[in-house]
Every structure is written in C-alpha cells, then in structure tokens.
Write a protein that binds this ligand. Structure first.
Ligand code: NAD
Length: 258
C-alpha cells in the first residue's frame, strides 16, 4: 500500500536485525516517516511480533545476513512485491570480544562473516536495483569501536573499522549513480547487546554507572536516537552526503580524557 505522508513517503526500505534493539528502533522511525519497511532478522519469531506492532506497510522476511544467497532472495522478493528498493539499513551485528591471542580462529570468521561480509552481502544484493533506478541510499551501522580501540575487544573493532572502509569505497563508487552510501557510528546504546556486555563484567550496575560518567552527555544513547539519524540519511534531506560517517556518542569521541 502506498504511504503518502512523512519524510520517507513512498520509499521501500529493508532493515536487517530489525527484531529488537537498534534495528527495531530504526524500523519504527522509518515506518513512522511513511516508508514501507521490510524488517529482516535471523530471529523469525520475535521479528514477526515486531511487524504486528508496526502495522500497515511493514512485512517480515527471515534473513541471516551472512547468507549471501538468501540476501539476494530478500532483495528479489522486495522488488517483486513493491517494484523498487529505495533504502537498505545494514544494522545486524554481533559482539565478539577477546584478547587477540586468546581468540579461537572460528570466532574471527563468525565476527567478520556477520558484521562485515553481512553488510557487503546486503549492498551487493540491492545495488544492481539502485543502479537501474539511478537512486538509493544505504546506511551501514558501524560503531565508535571502528574509530577507537578498547583493549580485549578483538576482533569487533576490526569488523567495525572495515565497515567505515566499505562505506567510503561504495560511497565513492556509486555517488555518480545518485546512490548515497553512509554509515553511523553509535557509542553505547541501551539495548540487550549493551546489557549483555555489562552482565559479563564483575559488577554490572557499577559498570553502567561508570559508563554514564564517562560520557559528556552523562547517559547512554537511546535506540531511537540512532533511528532518527538513519531517517535523515535515508531521506531527501541528505542529498549530498556520500561516503560519510556520523558519530552518535554524546560527545565521548571528541574528548581527550577525563
Ligand atoms: P541486539 O543484539 O540488541 O540486536 C541485534 C539484532 O540482530 C537481533 O534482533 C538479532 O536477532 C539480529 N541478528 C544477529 N545476528 C544476525 C544475523 N546473522 N542475521 C540477521 N540478524 C541477526 O544488538 P544492537 O545493540 O541493537 O546492535 C545493532 C547494531 O548496532 C550492531 O551492528 C551493533 O554492532 C551496533 N552497535 C551497537 C551498540 C550498542 O551499544 N548497543 C553500539 C554501537 C554499535
């Protein structure tokens, strides 16, 4: 059904990892602005519930982003059903954090396959359609870990800094086709991923409190704050932004130390 009001009216947008957390907040913000949203996730049950909550103009397709063939099918099904693909949000990602020499080799591959290859799989699946349309926008979710290093977090920052490279490379390559590829680097965002991280530390409550203290804004980010920036980058309000990254971290990255 055509949705006529909002900053993303009549746009068809695929979001990965949309069952919960940042991806779900992005799907909500994008839907609120009038887009038709294809929510995708490896967790079918939870995502189907999310689609029911979002309502009209939203559908769900099960997708493991590491599965290139399935990503191609999701893009093909979206095209068949809606006739175009205006946006892709490569959000799905996992935390894989070790001291480098303690990391099993399989964990390197798991992290890079989902966090990095998963985003390339998505770009590769939608770019031919966007090139034909001579229009499109891709938003890749990186992290402040792509900019600065927290020890014993390997190889997560390898995957996240590579996303910045992927974004710049594709941003330059496809800007002549009116396709904008950009990324967002969130700091701490209040999701299960963050809570799981706090829970892995000896005192989760005090870890959360000291994290708030480290941030100039004195609090972690809300998932919808990433959603609002994603809406902006997908919209016609950002026609000249290509190959760029927006950091959303309450000022933390700009600080020398405290
Ligand atoms: P989350 O764990 O709360 O949610 C992730 C979602 O992705 C889940 O619904 C999960 O089922 C899905 N998913 C996991 N593996 C998948 C796969 N292989 N294919 C498809 N879907 C898959 O995580 P989140 O905190 O919402 O993080 C989302 C993104 O934001 C990730 O890329 C993460 O690295 C990034 N990020 C998060 C934070 C933070 O503090 N939470 C900060 C910076 C960047």
């Amino acid at each position: 059904m055509a949705r006529t009001a909002g900053r993303l009216a009549n746009k068809v947008i695929i979001v990965t990892g949309a069952a919960k957390g940042i991806g779900n907040a992005i799907a909500r913000c994008v839907s609120r602005e009038g887009a038709t949203v294809v929510l995708t996730d490896i967790d079918g049950e939870r995502a189907r519930d999310a689609v029911v909550l979002l309502g009209d103009g939203c559908i769900f397709m099960e997708l493991d982003v590491a599965d290139q063939g399935r990503f191609d099918s999701v893009a093909a099904e979206t095209l068949t059903r809606f006739g175009r693909i205006d946006g892709l949000v490569n959000n799905a990602g996992i935390n894989v954090k070790y001291e480098p020499l303690a990391m099993p080799d399989a964990e390197w591959h798991r992290c890079l396959n989902i966090n990095l290859k998963g985003q390339w799989n998505g770009c590769r699946a939608v770019l031919p359609t966007m090139v034909r349309q001579q229009a499109g926008a891709i938003v890749n979710i990186s992290s402040v870990h792509g900019h600065q290093i927290v020890p014993a977090s390997f190889p997560y920052p390898v995957s996240k800094s590579a996303i910045l490279g992927l974004t710049r490379a594709l941003g330059v390559e496809y800007a002549p086709n009116n396709i904008r590829v950009n990324s967002i680097s969130p700091g701490y965002v209040d999701t299960d991923l963050l809570q799981d991280y706090f829970n892995s530390l000896p005192d989760p409550d005090s870890a959360r409190r000291s994290t708030d203290e480290l941030i100039p804004a004195r609090r972690v980010c809300r998932p919808d704050e990433v959603g609002m920036t994603t809406v902006f980058l997908l919209s016609d309000e950002a026609p000249y932004i290509a190959g760029s990254d927006i950091v959303i971290d309450g000022g933390r990255l700009a600080m020398y130390h405290n």
